[in-house]
Design a protein. Structure first.
Length: 521
């Protein structure tokens, strides 16, 4: 007996049902494994085409910040069709997105709302086409739609089809949500990263290290070498060369950059206070110690402790400091609890530590502890090419600060700046330029805006920096030496040559410390 029409239908529906569950299972897999959402969308549409009679299928998404809809993935449509655009509310798809409700059009040829924008790849002449469109919902809002065209079949259960497509759409919504989250997270991290780097750079720039002379470049190289390590650094150099700036640069170029940079000026603190400053104290440790106080070592935990003027530390404190450096732990003054800290140490001094060791004012063992990596900051006179860079830098800094519009430094003034020996180094140059900016009333710095110390005879062509008495003495000494030379060291003859007496000449020889034996050949 041939199977009845209804039993055929039942079996067919059963097959469709199984196929749909298989597809849903696969779709969830595709989305879970996807690292490219676009490709995953396409694969899902392929499944609809292969197993669910779709002649044409599209995923349409709404622009995040507009009311335009664009096709993200499509199957069964031409390349041109892929570029079709819809507006929310326009056509069937536009209405599905707007209302967030599915629409079924049994015969698109009788539906004036059907726009035929995304042209089909194949001509389906003679066939009646149905269109089923379901919204892709995130919360209550539709972020897009899934549209499928199929051949009209009278016995197709469109309600069941819509339910199936709605599940596909809901899985799609989750995949989109995950991707958007990942994308925004990625962007957030990227932004944060850029921001952090900028901040660090600004901080480093805040330290404003100007100068590109050979010796300074060597210093920058050393900073770069040592910054990322935890090595103790000893920064040496004359006063005003920029040791503190170097210490900053090391800190802000290290992994500790976001942790504190704590400075202790060893010279500014009386010996009686320095231990409690460095290590803190417990309540009542000494008169006036009213509460427990954290020392600079503890405050710097995780970051950098900068011990400035280390050469001025008194010997007793040197002993304690040495112990901390060896064991990385200490007790607060008046306390018994041992405190452990993770601190990177940078020390600076303009003292001759080797001489201090010889004089027994600086402990040799501490010296070796600190002198792991030394950076010598060269004196300004040893890097003359930096003078003008620094001068220009300070000129614009102080012009801005004092609201002046000074544009440049005149050539004679430049010569004075460059030929001066700058015993006070960059700090002295900085003060000189600030002073010049203050006294300058035009927009050019001239020689007379610079302090008297820079007004040498060669620069101004006037002043002789020597007293009359000194000049006369120098001349006298030269004349006596010349006479002694001619007289081969014979004082009586030299006196005659000079038209003077032997007694006077003898007196002057003693006064000027002239060695007569040198002239006896
Ligand atoms: N390379 C540089 N670029 C710009 N400014 C600098 C530079 N070097 C030093 N300065 C400036 O010069 C001044 C002195 O620098 P700093 O305090 O770092 O010197 P120092 O070596 O620690 O001196 P001291 O031994 O007297 O403490 C600061 O105002 C600093 O900003
Ligand atoms: Mg200093």
């Amino acid at each position: 007996m041939p199977p009845s029409h209804s039993s055929v239908l039942l079996r067919r529906n059963r097959v469709v049902e199984i196929r749909r569950s298989e597809t849903l299972f696969e779709v969830s897999h595709v989305y879970a494994a996807a690292d490219d959402l676009g490709r995953a969308l396409h694969r899902v549409l392929e499944m609809l085409e292969r197993h669910h009679d779709a002649l044409k299928a599209t995923f349409v998404f709404r622009d995040p910040d507009g009311d335009e809809l664009r096709i993200e993935a499509g199957i069964g449509i031409t390349a041109d069709g892929m570029r079709a655009r819809y507006k929310v509310g326009e056509g069937i798809i536009g209405r599905v997105v707007q209302s967030a409700k599915p629409i079924v059009v049994p015969d698109v040829s009788h539906e004036p709302l059907f726009l035929h924008r995304a042209a089909r790849r194949r001509s389906l002449e003679g066939r009646t086409i149905s269109f089923v469109c379901v919204p892709i919902l995130l919360g209550r809002n539709a972020i897009g739609a899934l549209g499928v065209e199929l051949e009209l079949q009278q016995d197709r259960d469109y309600e069941e089809l819509v339910r199936f497509l709605e599940i596909v759409a809901s899985m799609t919504a989750q995949a989109v949500r995950a991707e958007r989250f990942a994308e925004s997270e990625r962007r957030r991290l990227l932004d944060e990263n850029t921001h952090l780097r900028l901040e660090l750079k600004e901080r480093y720039e805040l330290s404003n290290l100007v100068g590109n002379s050979g010796p300074m470049r060597q210093v920058y190289e050393q900073v770069a070498q040592v910054a990322k390590t935890n090595t103790t650094v000893l920064v040496r150099g004359e006063s005003g060369t920029g040791k503190e700036l170097i210490a900053h640069a090391i800190h802000y170029n290290s992994d500790r950059a976001r942790k504190p940079f704590i400075k202790v000026s060893c010279a500014a603190l009386p010996a009686s206070l320095i231990e409690s400053e460095l290590f803190g104290h417990e309540k009542g440790a000494f008169t006036g110690a009213q509460g427990r106080k954290k020392g600079r070592f503890e405050l710097a935990d995780g970051g950098t402790l900068f011990l400035d003027e280390i050469g001025d530390l008194d010997v007793a404190t040197q002993v304690t400091l040495l112990r901390v450096l060896q064991e990385r732990e200490f007790e607060r003054v008046g306390g018994t609890e041992t405190v452990k800290v993770n601190v990177r140490l940078i020390a600076a001094t303009n003292k001759d530590l080797e001489q201090a060791i010889a004089d027994r004012t600086f402990r040799e063992d501490l010296y070796y502890r600190l002198n792991v990596f030394s950076i010598f900051v060269p004196a300004l006179r040893e890097r003359k090419t930096d003078i003008m860079l620094l001068a220009d830098f300070f000129l614009s800094k102080y012009s801005r600060e004092h609201r002046k519009s000074i544009k440049r430094i005149a050539t004679p003034a430049i010569d004075m700046l460059v030929s001066y020996h700058w015993p006070g180094n960059v700090r002295e140059l900085e003060n000189t330029i600030e002073r010049a900016v203050l006294v300058c009333d035009g927009n050019v710095i001239h020689g007379h805006h610079l302090p008297p110390t820079l007004q040498t005879a060669e620069a101004s062509g006037t002043v002789v920096a020597i007293t009359l008495a000194d000049a006369v003495a120098k001349l006298e000494k030269d004349l006596i030496q010349d006479a002694l030379k001619s007289a081969r060291g014979n004082r009586a003859r030299a006196a005659r040559l000079l038209g003077s007496t032997e007694r006077v000449i003898n007196y002057k020889i003693r006064k000027y410390g002239v060695d007569c034996r040198r002239f006896r050949r």
